[in-house]
Design a protein around this ligand. Structure first.
Ligand code: GDP
Ligand code: GDP
Length: 439
């Protein structure tokens, strides 16, 4: 499980600035979902080879009376979801009554929390921090987020102990790998995830085993279908539905991000009636970043007019071009139409994601590709590509070795990648290429 860090504090103290530093904010996922306050943002960060999730919150103004109302609901939820909380205060503005309320809440939350004093650039940090000792929630840590000052030591000294070494994650991964295909069903609220999960598990030929332990709130459901073992990672919380009343409680982005990481193959459910939304695109971006194999299910395909269907198909072609590796299925989870067909694509994607190729095979393929079309010269020296080997799976990683590979033009890399994908028949998974130079 990736550790989750929440940034809380009053508005304007520099939470977003720190968020951008910690995530190098390529692709923040904004929780603009029905029932959620707009500005909770999620991003993934990386330190060395270790990843973590950061949640940014809108801010707590303290103008409301009493802690429960003062703490905006979304901040409370972020604290719930987090392992570590960075409580950010403004070193220039000094102590504020809202800070005391937040401190009080954090003390009672039982979560690991750290007091981070921001905006200490150009002022005396000791003076800036003096005010905040009185909050009684530990040593203030001075930073200047907009200058990046103190951020690295915040990561190295405070965050690092919570991050899991890559080898440990991989060992966990192996332990979990019991020959079952782990499928995560993900998507925005109300797209039909629960309906689909129930359909998949309700089929005649499916045997569902006792539920395995739950992790965070996703439920891991082992089952068997045609002698193949699967584990369904249910982000919709189907089995807990009775207790759940609100959209906000049943949908969690953290849960979704963890499920993506934990899966071999993701079934991304999109509501065909609503078309492909920004939020869908963000979720897809996360799946691709995580390198997960994927099948896209355009749900609620029942009862749509021919005209509507054409419109959706056209929109998909445009908006999902970046995810063209994934098979698209038009289904109705409600009526069960085409749900069984998902399995063919899940298997295809899984097989491609887990495929093993020998160095021999990859090197021969590389030689063919190069023979058909030589790399260009770089300053009169020919760029040589010597051999290729596989560096990993799920996603597959192909490492190409040669001379001056860093001078390879992108157009050549694309040519090479496309040929590999075609010849190796890779469908349903993103694939990564790394170019190493031996001189
Ligand atoms: P948020 O509302 O808590 O997310 O705060 P923002 O990250 O949006 O920052 C609020 C303002 O403070 C912006 O104008 C930032 O440029 C500024 N700011 C953020 N970090 C620093 C800092 O380290 N030093 C100074 N001087 N200004 C900062
Ligand atoms: P979740 O929030 O993603 O788990 O979505 P649900 O499975 O709870 O479905 C949300 C709503 O969409 C419910 O009212 C479902 O009955 C409806 N729904 C789900 N799948 C379909 C479908 O294939 N066709 C139609 N017409 N409605 C569907």
């Amino acid at each position: 499980m990736l550790p989750v860090i929440a940034l809380v504090g009053r508005p304007n103290v520099g939470k977003s600035t720190l968020f951008n530093r910690l995530t190098r904010s390529r692709d923040a996922l904004v929780a603009d979902l029905p029932g959620l306050t707009r500005d909770r943002k999620y991003g993934e960060g990386r330190m060395d080879e270790q990843a973590y999730i950061v949640i940014d919150t809108g801010g707590i103004t303290g103008e409301e009376i009493g802690i429960d109302r003062a703490m905006a609901q979304q901040s409370l939820m972020a604290i719930e979801e987090a392992d570590i909380i960075f409580f950010i205060v403004d070193g220039r503005a000094g102590l504020n009554p809202a800070d005391e309320m937040i401190a009080d809440h954090l003390r009672r939350s039982g979560k690991h929390h750290y007091l981070v004093v921001n905006k200490t650039d150009g002022i005396d940090p000791d003076t800036a921090m003096a005010d905040f000792y009185g909050l009684g929630i530990g040593m203030p840590i001075p930073i200047a987020a907009s200058h990046g000052r103190g951020v690295l030591s915040l990561m190295e000294e405070v965050m690092a102990p919570y991050l899991q070494p890559l080898e440990e994650l991989e060992a966990e991964e192996r332990a979990r790998n019991d020959g079952s295909i782990r499928i995560a069903v993900i998507g925005r609220p109300n797209v039909g995830k629960s309906t689909l999960v129930n359909r998949m598990l309700g089929e005649d030929r499916v045997v569902v085993f006792d539920e395995a332990g739950t992790t965070r709130d996703s439920i891991y459901i082992p089952y068997e279908r045609d002698d193949q073992k699967y584990t369904l990672i249910d982000t919709a919380g189907v089995r807990r539905r009775k207790h759940i009343t609100e959209v906000v409680e049943k949908f969690s982005i953290v849960k979704t991000l963890q499920a993506i990481r934990d899966a071999n193959v993701v079934i991304m459910v999109i509501d065909a009636r609503e078309g492909v939304t920004e939020q869908d695109l963000h979720l897809l971006g996360f799946v691709i970043d995580a390198g997960r194999a994927m099948v896209v299910a355009l749900n609620k395909w029942d009862g749509m007019s021919a005209e509507q269907k054409d419109k959706v198909r056209e929109q998909i072609r445009r908006r999902l071009e970046f995810a063209a590796f994934a098979r698209m299925h038009f289904i109705s989870a409600l009526h069960g139409t085409a749900v069984g067909d998902l399995y063919g694509s899940v298997h295809e994607a899984y097989d491609a994601a887990m495929a093993k190729w020998s160095t021999n095979k990859l090197t021969r393929l590389l030689e063919d590709v190069v023979a058909d079309h030589q790399p260009p010269s770089n300053n009169n020296h020919r760029i040589k590509l010597r051999y290729a080997h596989q560096g990993g799976s799920n996603p597959p990683i192909i490492v190409v070795h040669g001379n001056q590979t860093n001078a390879l033009p992108n157009s050549y890399k694309r040519y090479l990648e496309n040929r590999f994908i075609k010849v190796l028949k890779i469908r349903g998974t993103p694939i990564r290429f790394e170019f190493r130079t031996g001189d």
